[in-house]
Each structure stands twice: as structure tokens, then as C-alpha cells.
Design a protein around this ligand. Structure first.
Ligand code: HEM
Length: 387
């Protein structure tokens, strides 16, 4: 059966018929915007659809208002201040384009693929994707490789535990760790991101501990489940589509398009919220001030008004204006790193792995009111086969 790796589109009917859906979230309901055009327009209009409101954590779904006071930066900051933070961060987050960075990343991923090729079976989420994501993050933060062992030991659910969507105790493991690392960097500055941020200014003022913490929390949180889902879904996909992997082996120049198409299809982050600042309308639907909307990247990516055969993975797709990394102001700061990880992985898989067999799967289904969306796997056991 060749359909375990499929991610179906639960939004189609509502997207075509109305353009939006509804979900409740801790008594703070969300209007989910489903069309590509509306998602992009709304993402662009940061005055009416705000990220940086007073209630920290409200744009995240499920809402983190009750479990977090630290503002995530630049995610929960609106223009014009947003731009000041992005100017500070953009250069650092483009380092994955440097050859030395790419060489180190290649070594890490190559070693991990060798490791799984020598095992009988591998639980991919825990023993492949989490390891790869954590090790690669040491390059982005410029911290010692050994730190990745701590992050791996937290497991995949540092923010979420099975059955409960939010778990303050688990989040505190991360927040306390980051506090300690910032205090340490303040005492002994080095070349890592904590130290660089502590030495930086925005609008002529040194960043505070709290601001550095807000940036670091986001770097950990934004780059964890998303990357793990992208990696795990890729392994599942190529297990069931060995010809696509062989095609990449024959034509490595198709890797960049393949990565964009996989990321469009997987949409590793389903949606993200905004707080509405005035009574307004989206696709002729009235939306009240002080309620929430979400921008549903996953639905926009399957919009037939923009993508031909949207439910097919097509590495030869000509136009691919997917919104998996967001759109406009808050577009993903980690996208360069995430893309480099995916490109490197595809190259190494194509070179070293003849085939992969899925042994069993435990799917991760998100419940979003009227929609259930498979976003990836809680666990998936795979046998990797060498040439
Ligand atoms: C395949 C992996 C990833 C996906 C699909 C993804 C997706 C997204 C999306 C959709 C947004 C826009 C949110 C919004 O408009 O409110 C975003 C923003 C962001 N992402 Fe990612 N992300 C990924 C990886 C990463 C990584 C690896 C990092 C860092 C380590 C990261 C850090 C951020 C940050 C800091 C922002 C906020 C940018 C801003 O507000 O200006 N992401 N991401």
C-alpha cells in the first residue's frame, strides 16, 4: 500500500465553499482563513491583523497566554520596531549559505545517515529527525556540538506532552535552560548567538536579558517541531516513492525544486494566528475587533486557484509560490537553515540509501475544530537499506 506518506487536505470543501473555518481554543475562538489570496493579504496587513498585541502568546494556537510572559522576538513585535530586530538578526540567520557551514552540516547528516543504515530498524522521529534537528541547531547558534545531547534528552515534546496541548512544566525546562545560558554568556562572552545578542543594540539600546530570552525561545521553538515534521515526512515520502529518490540521484540539480515542493506539500506549520484590531471583513465574512484569525498556510498551499493538481507532489512544478514559511513581514527567519538541512538530506539520501521500508506508523493528527489534519508522525519505524 503506497499511501502512508500521504498528507491529505482537510480544508478543501470549506476553502472552496466559504473561504474560512472555525475552531474554539480555550474559549478564544479562531476564524481560520483558508484561501491563498486571503492568507497573503491578511499576512501583509499587520495593522488590522496584529502579531505584537498586549497579550503575549495569544497569536499562537493553542494560545500560550496562560503559560508564558516572555514576548517572542521578532515574532510578537509589529513594524516599525519589527524591522529593527530583523535587521539585527537577518545576517546571522543567513550563515547557512556559507560553504564552511554547509560542510559541517553535510558531515553531521552524513554521519547520522550512516548510523541508521547500520541498524535493523529506526524510530525516525526520536532517533533520526530529533537528532538531526538538534545537532544542526548547534551550527545555527554556534554553540558546542555537545549541547545537542541536552536538547535531544528533552525528547520531542518539550513544549507539548501526549494528550495535552500545553504543558507549562515542560516549557519551563527550556526557559530555565535559556536563562542559564544567557547568564553564562554575560559572564563569559563567546562567539555564540547568546553572546552576540547580548552585545547588540536596537534603537541605540543594549538588548535586555528578557529580549535575548525572547529571541532564543523563538529560535528553539520555531525550529523544532517544524524541522522534525519536514524531515520525518520526507523519510516517509521517499520510502513510498523510491523512484523520486533515484531521480534525484540521476539529476541532483533538481534538489532545490524538490525541497520547495516537499515543503509546500508538508506545510510543517499548519497555521498561525493574528489578533484583529478593528471590525473588518475577509472574503465577505465579518470579523470582529479583538477576536483572532489564523493564516492557514497548509490550506493555502493546496488552493487550486494557484496550484495545478495541488494534492500531487510534483518536483517539476514551474510556479511554486507556497506559503509554508509564511508571507510578508514575519516570513520565516529560519528558512535558510531549514532549506539547507533539507537540501543536504536529500543529496545524502539519494547517494547512500537504496530504499527504505516503513515498518509501522503512529500519525500525529491536529484537531482544529471542524478540521482534523495529519501534520506528520508521533512515531514511525523504518528500515534503511544500503546500496
Ligand atoms: C521547515 C521548517 C520551518 C517552517 C515550515 C517554518 C514556518 C514558519 C512560518 C509559517 C512563519 C511565519 C509565522 C507568522 O507569520 O506568524 C515562521 C516564522 C519564523 N520562524 Fe520558521 N519555520 C521553519 C523553521 C524555522 C527554523 C529552523 C527557525 C530557527 C531556528 C525558525 C524561526 C522562525 C522565526 C524566528 C520566525 C519569526 C520571524 C518574524 O517574526 O519576523 N523557523 N516560520
Amino acid at each position: 500500500m503506497m499511501d502512508k506518506s500521504k498528507l491529505s487536505d482537510p480544508f478543501e470543501k470549506a476553502r472552496v465553499e466559504k473561504g474560512y473555518g472555525h475552531m474554539d481554543d480555550q474559549n478564544d475562538p479562531v476564524t481560520i482563513l483558508l484561501r491563498h489570496k486571503d492568507v497573503r493579504k491578511t499576512a501583509h496587513n499587520w495593522k488590522t491583523f496584529q502579531s505584537g498585541g498586549e497579550e503575549v502568546g495569544r497569536i499562537v494556537i493553542p494560545s500560550e497566554v496562560k503559560i508564558r510572559d516572555t514576548r517572542q522576538i521578532p515574532f510578537e513585535v509589529d513594524p516599525p520596531l519589527h524591522k529593527e530586530f530583523r535587521s539585527l538578526l537577518d545576517g546571522w540567520f543567513k550563515r547557512p549559505n556559507e560553504p564552511a557551514y554547509q560542510e559541517k552540516l553535510h558531515k553531521q547528516i552524513s554521519a547520522l545517515v550512516d548510523e541508521v543504515l547500520n541498524k535493523d530498524e529506526v524510530e525516525v522521529v526520536r532517533d533520526f529527525s530529533l537528532k538531526l534537528q538538534s545537532r544542526a541547531l548547534t551550527l545555527l547558534l554556534n554553540t558546542p556540538f555537545s549541547e545537542s545531547e541536552t536538547w535531544i534528552s528533552w525528547g520531542t515534546h518539550v513544549f507539548r506532552s501526549e494528550g495535552e496541548s500545553l504543558d507549562a512544566d515542560k516549557a519551563n525546562i527550556l526557559y530555565n535552560y535559556i536563562d542559564e545560558r544567557i547568564i553564562e554568556a554575560a559572564k563569559n562572552p563567546g562567539e555564540d548567538l547568546y553572546s552576540v545578542l547580548l552585545g547588540s543594540e536596537v534603537n541605540g539600546k543594549k538588548l535586555t536579558h528578557e529580549e535575548v530570552k525572547g529571541i532564543m525561545i523563538l529560535t528553539f521553538a520555531g525550529g523544532r517541531d517544524t524541522v522534525i515534521n519536514a524531515l520525518t515526512n520526507s523519510i516517509a515520502y521517499f520510502s513510498e516513492h523510491p523512484k523520486s529518490l533515484h531521480a534525484i540521484k540521476e539529476n541532483p540539480e533538481m534538489i532545490n525544486n524538490a525541497v520547495e515542493e516537499l515543503i509546500r506539500y508538508f506545510a510543517p506549520l499548519t497555521h498561525m494566528g493574528r489578533v484583529v484590531t478593528e471590525d473588518t471583513q475577509v472574503c465577505e465574512h465579518a470579523i470582529k475587533a479583538d477576536t483572532r484569525v489564523s493564516l492557514c498556510w497548509a490550506s493555502a498551499n493546496r488552493d487550486a486557484a494557484v496550484f495545478e493538481n495541488p494534492n500531487e507532489v510534483d518536483f517539476d512544478r514551474k510556479m511554486n509560490p507556497h506559503v509554508s514559511f509564511g508571507f510578508g513581514t514575519h516570513n520565516c527567519l529560519g528558512a535558510t537553515h531549514a532549506r539547507q538541512i533539507m537540501r543536504t538530506l536529500l543529496g545524502i539520501l539519494a547517494e547512500k540509501v537504496a530504499s527504505m521500508d516503513i515498518i509501522n506508523t503512529d500519525e500525529n493528527i491536529e484537531e482544529l475544530g471542524e478540521f482534523d489534519r495529519k501534520v506528520g508522525y508521533n512515531a514511525i519505524t523504518v528500515k534503511f537499506n544500503k546500496y
